[in-house]
Design a protein around this ligand. Structure first.
Ligand SMILES: NC(=O)c1ccc[n+]([C@@H]2O[C@H](COP(=O)([O-])OP(=O)(O)OC[C@H]3O[C@@H](n4cnc5c(N)ncnc54)[C@H](O)[C@@H]3O)[C@@H](O)[C@H]2O)c1
Length: 442
């Protein structure tokens, strides 16, 4: 395919985008897709979301959000004004002008990229793809996916990407639970298959965010996203490693980070924690390392960072064991409450959460573990299958031997925790303002 070919239908799609009359299909209504669908509908486009989970599709249509960053009343008004609908049926994409794929990109058991959701979603929406459309992949993936996977799938259907269909990759960069950076304010990277694909994708995203940053290809856009996440992963590993050293040297790592953060240039603070979790930071680096191996290249930083980050739940358990011993108790038979099981503050997402690993390790050492999380009412555990969040009452807190503060949700009454729990292992430095002897920091 000629890289400079103009997208033949630009003149048809362009006015529809500019007047917000283009019909937009969003595939996968999770953290990324539901936020995008909501913002796109709010900008005035008519959006249909295709979601395989019927319960989620039904909730959207009832104006009930399952994503903390999307508010019920916003969703409800968009649904009521018919700007946004959700369905499990791909047939609803017929007549769409823009299709955006936002499905998961997890790892297989052997930590290889699992593109099965992307290929299934692409395959299922192919019957709705016709000349004159814009197709965008937003799922985070290894550099090369759009060109090596999506473009051939279109071609197999007789659709010439870059000519008949505009094809682009535009990574999502939202940070769920972080209200300091609203959707609109986060610049969007866009890399099209051809300059004309980039232009039309850029034009579309300009309608919903304040700034769009075009790059020269989908592969560059894919690499930008994984680089951003590897950057974070590696820097978290660095500060986690420093934490392990500080522990051995009897230094307070938090004090060191706070002081280093006063440097006005050339330093960016990262914070230690019980380990990394979620669908991005622990996962995306493996997408890059798998691709790199095709080029006989080993991204050593990624493996090294994983080694350190994966050791953090073990460190938390060791800290907890030592703290219990110092108060004359053994971890075996101890009642331990995990405070927070979401992988980070103010979201309900427990995917790959280090708290789950800590729970498993503590139970293996013979502790009886309960948890409280204001946003996660129930978790799935190997034994007994499900565990319910316990209420954070004075009795519950004073009845345990130790509270391990694993997630620093904003809505928790920390004064009560401090007052009632006999021992607290604070992995997030949430209780930074106290020097109470029963609080142990990471
Ligand atoms: N969560 C984040 O903070 C974040 C941020 C940036 C990028 N990303 C990336 O965005 C992508 C989506 O992540 P997410 O967090 O929104 O995932 P998610 O699991 O929250 O949502 C994905 C949704 O897609 C649905 N789905 C799966 N297969 C489908 C199919 N074939 N057709 C229709 N729907 C389907 C699932 O039921 C689910 O509701 C991933 O690649 C992720 O790495 C996530």
């Amino acid at each position: 395919m000629n890289a400079v070919t103009a997208f033949a239908h630009e003149s048809v799609l362009e006015p529809k985008i500019c007047t917000h009359t283009a019909r937009v299909g969003v595939i996968g209504l999770g953290y990324v897709g539901l936020a995008l669908a909501t913002e796109t509908a709010r900008a005035g486009f008519t959006v249909v979301g295709v979601e395989v989970d019927p319960a989620r599709a039904a909730m959207v249509n009832e104006g009930r959000s399952y994503i903390t960053d999307v508010r019920d009343d916003d969703l409800r008004s968009l649904v009521e004004s018919k700007k946004l609908t959700a369905t499990t049926s791909y047939a609803a994409l017929d007549g769409a002008d823009v299709l955006i794929i936002c499905v998961p990109t997890p790892l297989t058991k052997s930590k290889e990229p699992d593109l099965s959701y992307v290929t299934a979603a692409t395959r299922d929406c192919l019957s709705a793809v016709r000349p004159g459309m814009l197709v965008v992949l937003e799922s985070t993936t290894y550099p090369g996916t759009t060109v090596e996977v999506i473009e051939p799938m279109l071609a197999a259907r007789g659709l010439r990407a870059g000519d008949e269909v505009a094809l682009a990759f535009s990574p999502e960069r939202i940070d769920p639970g972080n209200h300091g950076h609203p959707f609109r304010s986060i610049p969007k990277i866009v890399g099209g298959l051809t300059p004309s694909c980039t232009r039309i994708a850029q034009m579309f995203y300009q309608q919903i965010v304040d700034r769009v940053v075009p790059v020269s290809s989908p592969t560059v856009a894919e690499m930008v996203k994984v680089y951003e996440n590897v950057f974070r992963n590696v820097n978290i590993a660095l500060v986690n490693e420093l934490t392990l050293l500080c522990d051995r040297m009897g230094l307070d790592v938090w004090e060191i980070i706070e002081a280093a953060s006063t440097k006005p240039y050339g330093f960016m603070p990262f914070y230690p924690g019980p380990g990394i979790g979620g669908h991005c930071i622990p996962v995306d680096p493996y997408y890059l390392s798998a691709k790199a191996r095709e080029y006989d290249f080993h991204v050593r930083f990624i493996e090294l960072a994983a080694t350190v980050n994966d050791s953090m739940p073990y460190h938390v358990v060791s800290r907890t064991t030592t703290a219990l011993e110092a108060s004359g108790k053994s971890v075996r038979g101890a009642n331990i409450m995990l405070l927070g099981v979401a992988y980070k503050r103010d979201i309900a997402d427990v995917r790959m959460s280090p708290a789950l690993k800590i729970l498993e390790l503590l139970e293996k050492r013979g502790a009886r573990v309960t948890y409280h999380d204001p946003l996660v009412p129930q978790i799935t555990v190997p034994n007994p299958g499900v565990l319910d969040s316990v209420a954070l009452t004075e009795e519950a807190l004073s009845g345990v031997d130790c509270v391990v503060l694993t997630t620093d949700h904003s809505s928790v009454d920390y004064a009560r925790v401090l007052r009632c729990a006999p021992l607290i292992v604070d992995t997030r430095n949430r209780l930074r303002d106290t020097r109470a002897p029963h609080v142990v920091r990471l």
